[in-house]
Design a protein around this ligand. Structure first.
Ligand SMILES: NC(=O)C1=CN([C@@H]2O[C@H](COP(=O)(O)OP(=O)(O)OC[C@H]3O[C@@H](n4cnc5c(N)ncnc54)[C@H](OP(=O)(O)O)[C@@H]3O)[C@@H](O)[C@H]2O)C=CC1
Ligand SMILES: Nc1nc(=O)c2c([nH]1)NC[C@@H]1CN(c3ccc(C(=O)N[C@@H](CCC(=O)O)C(=O)O)cc3)C=[N+]21
Length: 296
């Protein structure tokens, strides 16, 4: 009797964010080398959140590896609003810096909207400022687009190309950093977009209609297998650390999607190795583009 191997034929295609990010950063490195002045990236971290510290270090290391001028400001948790604004002002005025990223969330006593508003929009490589959010909303090509949605769109493009006409997309999450700009980019690419959030009724039923499902919530494995439409493309933005006694570190990184249950998805991003590396690659691309604009 013949046995039909179930594994490879029926398993979803894994979208290799790490490899796609490597191709993006290779292009960034050659563009950086072509500039007379190195692209400069400043990353500002306030407080001692260990997960934030890891990401900030990864960003600085990638910038250095690409031949950027890279500076990191690690400020104590008790830094005042005025002290933080003074750091941002100094970076705005520094001609060697083309990109400024203030890691979020900030400690509760700080006003993040005011800090973001203080960043020179031309150096706002996170795309968080009112100016860049507005440019994105009206379709201005000069918008600096937030890195995670930009990277997620590139991953979706590897499956569907750039025209998503006729496809239903559901984005879970409506944050200024991820969910909202993600929905705008999907709509711009002609997808039919639904934005879901904590007040949404029947989230599983809504997701079952999604040809493209983007989960950007921050709740480990919230999206169950039976929420996923057969053949759907699943982009898992969530990164949460959960306890795992079998690991040396005592914890492991999980996404917003119950990955092991997503056997009938068409394509899915793993966590780690999916959206995360693309976020960092797009931060580097936004920075080299800011430096290119400055050099013109
Ligand atoms: N891989 C990467 O590169 C990146 C990963 N991340 C990760 O992505 C996740 C989301 O980040 P971010 O957007 O900044 O987070 P926010 O906390 O700002 O936003 C979370 C969103 O999820 C919604 N939400 C919360 N609970 C539910 C629920 N039960 N059902 C449906 N929606 C819900 C919230 O709804 P409401 O608006 O109603 O409160 C909100 O819109 C986090 O895990 C973060 O670590 C973030 C950036 C980059
Ligand atoms: N102003 C601001 N901009 C951000 O872009 C921003 C932020 N604040 N605050 C926090 C979130 C989170 N975020 C991640 C970036 C890379 C990975 C990443 O590379 N993750 C690796 C794994 C890394 C690990 O092992 O911990 C992966 O998924 O493969 C994850 C998460 C950016 N964020």
């Amino acid at each position: 009797m013949e046995t039909v191997p179930l594994s490879s034929a029926n398993a979803p295609r894994l979208i290799d964010g790490k490899a796609i990010a490597a191709a993006v950063t290779e292009d960034v490195a050659s563009r950086a080398a072509a500039l007379a002045a190195k692209p400069g990236l400043a990353v500002v971290l306030v407080g001692e959140d260990p997960a934030s510290a890891v990401y900030v270090r990864m960003k600085s290391e990638k910038a250095e590896a690409l031949g950027f001028h890279s500076v990191q400001h690690s400020l104590p948790a008790e830094t005042s609003q005025d002290e933080l604004l003074a750091v941002v002002d100094a970076l705005n005025a520094d001609p060697a810096i083309h990109g400024i990223l203030v890691q979020l969330p900030l400690p509760a006593h700080l006003d993040s909207a005011a800090v973001i508003a203080a960043i020179d929009p031309d150096k706002d490589v996170d795309g968080l400022s009112v100016i860049n959010a507005g440019r994105l909303a009206v379709g201005d090509p000069n918008a600096i687009v937030p890195c995670t949605p930009l990277g997620s769109m590139t991953l979706i493009g590897t499956v569907h190309g750039t025209d998503l006409s006729g496809l239903n997309a559901v984005v879970i999450g409506r944050s200024r950093l991820v969910g909202l700009p993600m929905a705008l980019l999907l709509a711009k690419a002609n997808a039919t977009v639904t934005i879901a959030h904590s007040r949404t009724k029947d989230l599983p039923g809504l997701c079952q209609n999604a040809d493209i499902l983007v989960a950007a919530v921050g709740r480990p494995e919230m999206v169950k297998g039976d929420w996923i439409k057969p053949g759907a493309t699943v982009i898992d933005v969530g990164t949460s650390r959960v306890p795992d006694a079998s690991r040396k570190s005592g914890q492991r990184l999980v996404g917003d999607v119950a990955f092991a249950e997503a056997t009938h998805a068409g394509a899915i991003t793993p966590v780690p190795g999916g959206v995360g590396p693309m976020t960092i690659a797009m931060l580097m691309r936004n920075t080299v583009e800011a430096a290119e604009r400055k050099a013109r």
